[in-house]
Design a protein around this ligand. Structure first.
Ligand SMILES: [Zn+2]
Length: 75
């Protein structure tokens, strides 16, 4: 389990530590930038046991008013 205190910038409601460029997604419902929710290391067993393909990092974004969530990753 990734905890906020385990990463330099914090993980909940902080700023994503992008490996590549900022890819903050837009909400599919209201088209505004989604809020950063969590950052996941590759070995984190995220629900389905995701593997990001070698050294990647996952990012979770949400839009609370719409109940939307998005997951993306970089490597
Ligand atoms: Zn929305």
């Amino acid at each position: 389990m990734v905890k906020g205190e385990s990463v330099p910038h914090g993980i909940l409601r902080g700023e994503p530590d992008w490996i590549q460029d900022d890819e903050t997604p837009d909400c599919p419902s209201c088209a505004t930038h989604m809020a950063f929710a969590a950052e996941l290391e590759e070995d984190y067993d995220f629900a389905t046991g995701a593997n990001f393909g070698g050294g990647g990092r996952g990012y979770v974004f949400t839009c609370q008013p719409c109940g939307e969530a998005a997951f993306l990753w970089q490597r």
